[in-house]
Design a protein around this ligand. Structure first.
Ligand SMILES: Nc1nc2c(ncn2[C@@H]2O[C@H](COP(=O)(O)OP(=O)(O)OP(=O)(O)O)[C@@H](O)[C@H]2O)c(=O)[nH]1
Ligand SMILES: [Mg+2]
Length: 204
């Protein structure tokens, strides 16, 4: 069983919970509790490999102020950074998050970090209220060498499934490279960090 930890980060109201819930249940509910962070867990099979997935969905993140992500950065194997295409402030927040993640991984294998990052422009169905151009999202992703897509958690079930699957595939192929390089040792440290970084858990 491969354990994968994925953090969905972004500004308040960008659609983090909507995306996570869409992937886990294939449903869009409309309103999601935002006063508590949680970790959803799910077992799935990807390319014949059994995966125990944990998705961290934080509660509302202030768009201003100090961006402290130390716990998340240690915990997660990959990140989905979400912004709302109809909210420029959320794009600025996504930019700051990307910068913070990349900066914290200086020294680590760059390619692995880049391939486990996905920038998502959510709420594409609100394109009549668009404040962030597709090309701006694409450029930010290119500058940070991460993957990018625009979609709508509300309307695009298949796109959401495909985006999560792509991230998971990249993360598990990173694991394969790591396994070859370092056969043991990292698991217990990950568990230790996980214990310190205890969160409310939900099974879906
Ligand atoms: N039109 C539209 N609304 C969306 C979409 N995704 C989410 N929303 C709405 O945007 C609002 C915020 O969505 P959430 O998923 O709660 O956003 P969040 O990033 O988890 O917000 P916090 O937990 O408060 O930080 C809700 O009213 C959702 O129904 C989308 O693709 N299209
Ligand atoms: Mg939320």
């Amino acid at each position: 069983m491969t354990e994968v930890k994925l953090a969905v980060l972004g500004g308040s109201g960008a659609g983090k919970s909507a995306l996570a819930v869409r992937f886990l249940t294939r449903r869009f509910i409309g309103e999601y509790a935002s006063n508590a962070e949680c970790i959803y867990t799910k077992h799935l099979c990807l390319d014949g490999r059994q995966i125990h997935l944990e998705i961290y969905d934080p509660c509302s993140q202030p768009q201003r102020g100090k961006l402290s992500l130390t716990d998340e950065l240690h915990w997660a194997d990959g990140f989905i950074i979400v912004y709302d295409i109809s909210d420029r402030a959320s794009f600025a927040f996504a930019k700051a998050l990307l910068y913070r993640i990349r900066e914290s991984h200086i020294g680590a294998c760059k390619k692995m970090v880049e391939s486990s990052l996905f920038l998502v422009g959510n709420k594409q169905d609100l394109c009549h209220m668009r404040e962030v151009g597709w090309d701006e999202g694409q450029k930010l992703a290119m500058d940070n060498k991460c993957q990018f897509c625009e979609l709508s958690a509300a309307e695009h079930c298949q796109e959401v499934m495909a985006m999560f699957t792509k991230v998971l595939r990249n993360i598990t192929s990173n694991f394969k490279v790591k396994e070859k390089r370092r056969p043991s040792g990292s698991k217990s440290m990950a568990k230790l960090i996980n214990n310190v970084f205890g969160k409310r858990r939900k099974s879906v």
